[in-house]
Design a protein around this ligand. Structure first.
Ligand SMILES: NC(=O)c1ccc[n+]([C@@H]2O[C@H](COP(=O)([O-])OP(=O)(O)OC[C@H]3O[C@@H](n4cnc5c(N)ncnc54)[C@H](O)[C@@H]3O)[C@@H](O)[C@H]2O)c1
Length: 253
């Protein structure tokens, strides 16, 4: 186990389940202390992830906040810095998917998806940046999606929000590199989570995804954790402004 003075501090949003939970536990295994966020109604599950991370030796803090609300985000980041003194890594993972064809897409659903996925990434990043700049060190990992590159029917707003995250990250990397901060995106493919099951509604759809995946299997949340831990680590010191597909070979580039 790393000694306390060597331990880095990560903030992971949407960490109570799925990919966020797997990334949190991956970071715990890698020796990070953890500030873990989710919305208030996920509090019980979030506390359980804290217990699991603590079993790996991590100091943990659970934070209920809606990433699309500036006031809640500011209070959350203040609490993290008060507890840990700094934030070395930020994983912007919180996201939602509300499937709808464009022709009947409700404005409220467009706004909700853009608010959490795109604006939430911006708000949390903006709140964290002064603390990273003060330390001249930071790792920002934004969870986008292969859906932001190609997309799928009924996911136009989701696809737009994830494309926004990628564009945001590329510019962010250019702005903050001078401060010793890196910013990168991960683009998961079909990952078996509550959200991922939306893409796996019936056996035929599932079979179709398997056919177009080079590795011929669906992704598990832990498949995303490894690349996220890498990008959050010192090993990725010279990697910034990049977008990495974590999709088993659906998108080949
Ligand atoms: N599962 C997939 O196939 C897949 C593919 C590509 C990208 N992604 C992305 O990965 C990320 C994690 O998704 P997942 O599959 O684990 O989904 P999930 O639904 O299991 O988890 C998402 C988490 O985000 C939290 N969340 C939602 N709105 C929030 C808000 N306003 N503030 C704070 N937390 C909020 C949820 O409560 C939940 O715990 C998302 O950004 C998603 O878009 C998932």
């Amino acid at each position: 186990m790393k000694q306390p003075q060597e331990r880095r501090v990560a903030l992971v949003t949407g960490a109570s389940r799925g990919i966020g939970r797997a990334i949190a536990l991956g970071l715990a295994t890698a020796g990070f202390d953890l500030a873990l966020n989710d919305i208030a109604r996920q509090r019980t599950a979030l506390d359980q992830v804290c217990v699991e991370a603590a079993a790996h030796g991590s100091k943990t803090l659970a934070l209920a906040a809606d990433v699309s609300r500036r006031d809640e985000v500011q209070a959350m980041v203040t609490d993290v810095v008060t507890a840990f003194g700094r934030i070395d890594a930020l994983i912007n993972n919180a996201g939602i998917l509300i499937p709808s064809p464009v022709v009947s897409l409700a404005e409220v659903d467009w706004d909700a998806v853009m608010d959490v996925n795109a604006k939430g990434t911006f708000l949390v990043t903006q709140a964290v940046l002064p603390h990273m700049r003060a330390c001249k060190y930071g790792r920002i990992v934004n969870i986008a999606s292969i859906g932001g590159k190609h997309g799928a029917p009924e996911q136009a707003h989701y696809s737009a929000s994830k494309a926004a995250v990628m564009g945001f990250t590329r510019v962010l990397a250019q702005e903050v590199g001078v401060n010793g901060i890196t910013a990168n995106c991960l683009c998961p493919g079909i990952i078996v989570t509550e959200m991922g099951r939306t893409n796996l509604a019936d056996p035929e759809t599932r079979a179709q995804w398997l056919r177009v995946t080079a590795l011929r299997r669906l992704g598990q949340p832990e498949d995303v954790a490894g690349p996220a831990v890498f990008l959050a680590s010192d090993a990725a010191a010279f990697v910034t402004g990049q977008t990495l597909n974590v999709c088993g070979g659906i998108v080949l580039s």
